[in-house]
Design a binder for this molecule. Structure first.
Ligand code: PRP
Length: 212
């Protein structure tokens, strides 16, 4: 990869619908429709910028190890992954949601250890430890909202946006753990080696964020 070639890792799914318009305002436009393609890496209108589209939970890994120079990823995944391995210079203020605990509606307090199902095990461990609460952690990869009604857990830790998914599954939000939005992360070596192009893009994205 030449020192001016820049790879930016994005996440497929609903974040992408908010990221692409922001990138367009910063004059980074994929050459083809990402949502209609099976490809995972895309050329853009800028000859030196490529966009990769991967799972959100893999964005920090690609950026930490430098296979991508920059990435867009939710703060929830950064809190879970740890944010030591890269810089986090910009909050894009999109895909806003909350990381919360949730329990069955009007559930009575549990005696003894609370069983908590989540895919955010590091976040949950830290949060309940800070509260001085002993919990039993149950790692799930999705459909967390089902765990309490199926008797697998007393509570969950998950992303809440409108709250509709919780409600539809007989749950209610309880404690706020963190506000979440999408962040730009940058590989530490790339920030030095490709400083001018990265600073230019960060500046354009910052202006786009301020305009919105
Ligand atoms: C998230 C989260 C909830 C849902 C909350 O899932 O895990 O299931 O959104 O949104 P709501 O409060 O508006 O109902 P997402 O659709 O991002 O997919 P995921 O299961 O892969 O996390």
């Amino acid at each position: 990869m030449s020192s001016t070639q820049l790879v930016i890792a994005l996440t497929k799914g609903r974040i992408l619908d908010e990221v692409l318009p922001l990138f367009a305002q910063a004059d980074i436009v994929p050459k083809e429709d990402i949502s209609k393609s099976r490809k995972l890496i895309f050329d853009t209108n800028r000859e030196n910028v490529k966009l990769m589209v991967i799972r959100g939970s893999d964005v920090p890994t690609y950026v930490e190890f430098g296979s991508a120079d920059m990435g867009v990823v939710g703060k929830d995944l950064l809190l879970e992954y740890g944010d030591e391995g890269f810089y986090e210079p910009l909050d894009l203020r999109i895909a806003a949601c909350r990381l919360m605990t949730a329990e069955p509606i009007k559930a009575v307090p549990v005696q003894g250890r609370l069983k908590v199902a989540t895919k955010f095990t590091n976040i949950a461990k830290k949060y309940f430890a800070e509260q001085g609460k002993q919990i039993e952690l149950i790692k799930l990869n999705g459909a967390l909202e089902l765990a309490p009604s199926m008797g697998l857990a007393d509570a969950i830790v998950d992303i809440v946006d409108t709250g509709k998914t919780l409600k539809a599954n007989g749950l209610e939000p309880r404690e706020l753990i963190a506000h979440v939005s999408s962040r730009i992360i940058v590989n530490k070596a790339s920030m030095k080696i490709k400083n001018s192009v990265i600073r230019e893009i960060l500046g354009q994205l910052r202006e786009a964020v301020e305009r919105n």
